[in-house]
Design a protein around this ligand. Structure first.
Ligand code: APR
Length: 189
């Protein structure tokens, strides 16, 4: 349930602590993160339901999510907005638009901006735990190893400045994606 301190699960994947924040990588589904305040949506510019993460989040949240989110759009790559969680077990959904690999440039800077902006919104809204999917690595085609490095390095750079967020969790869909993020976590922290 949102608002409870995040559980520490034995064998839940790799975990590192930086300042007051813990960063961890787990394999799972972004819609099943019952113990975090905010989940991040790999959204489209219109903030409409889509495939992948966006499809799963909108299906689980129900139509109220699109009703709240779509008037906040359109957004550009690297931008983010926040809404309620509706039917999800989380207080908030933070919607961010990742770069399309090979099209929105500079990709790495735009992807880093997604993580920075999402964390800033979590801080401003009092979310102490945030779960991210691997933004841009599905339909938007960002190679998983490169994206994992950008994601973990950005969170490392932000970690010292976090005052509210205590847990950042990366939720990866496949074993290979989990391994790429665990490698990047070990290198960054
Ligand atoms: N939980 C966690 N991860 C998931 C889930 C899920 N339920 N579903 C998919 N993933 C993984 C994918 O395997 C991929 O590694 O999330 C990553 C991001 O994939 P996408 O959802 O395709 O996101 P992205 O590449 O940023 O593309 C966004 O896709 O659905 C459309 O409307 C959306 O246009 C937008 C685009």
């Amino acid at each position: 349930m949102a608002g409870r301190p995040a559980r520490v699960l034995p064998g839940a994947g790799l975990r590192r602590t930086s300042g007051a924040a813990t960063v961890e990588c787990v394999r799972g589904d972004i819609t099943a993160q019952d113990d975090v305040d905010a989940v991040v949506n790999a959204a489209n510019a219109r903030l409409a339901p889509g495939g992948g993460v966006a499809g799963a989040i909108h299906r689980a949240a129900g139509p109220g999510l699109a009703e709240e989110a779509m008037p906040l759009g359109p957004m550009g790559p690297g931008e983010a907005v926040i809404t309620g969680g509706h039917g999800l077990p989380n207080r908030f959904v933070i919607h961010t638009l990742g770069p399309v690999y090979g099209q929105d440039r500079p990709e790495a800077e735009l992807l880093a901006r997604c993580y920075r902006t999402a964390l800033a919104l979590a801080e401003e809204n009092g979310a102490s735990s945030v779960a991210f999917p691997a933004i841009s690595t599905g339909i938007f085609g960002y190679p998983i190893e490169e994206a994992a490095e950008v994601a973990l390095q950005t969170v490392r750079d932000e970690a010292e400045g976090l005052r509210v967020v205590r847990l950042v969790r990366f939720v990866l869909f496949s074993e290979g994606d989990l391994r790429a993020h665990e490698r990047a976590l070990s290198e960054a922290f």
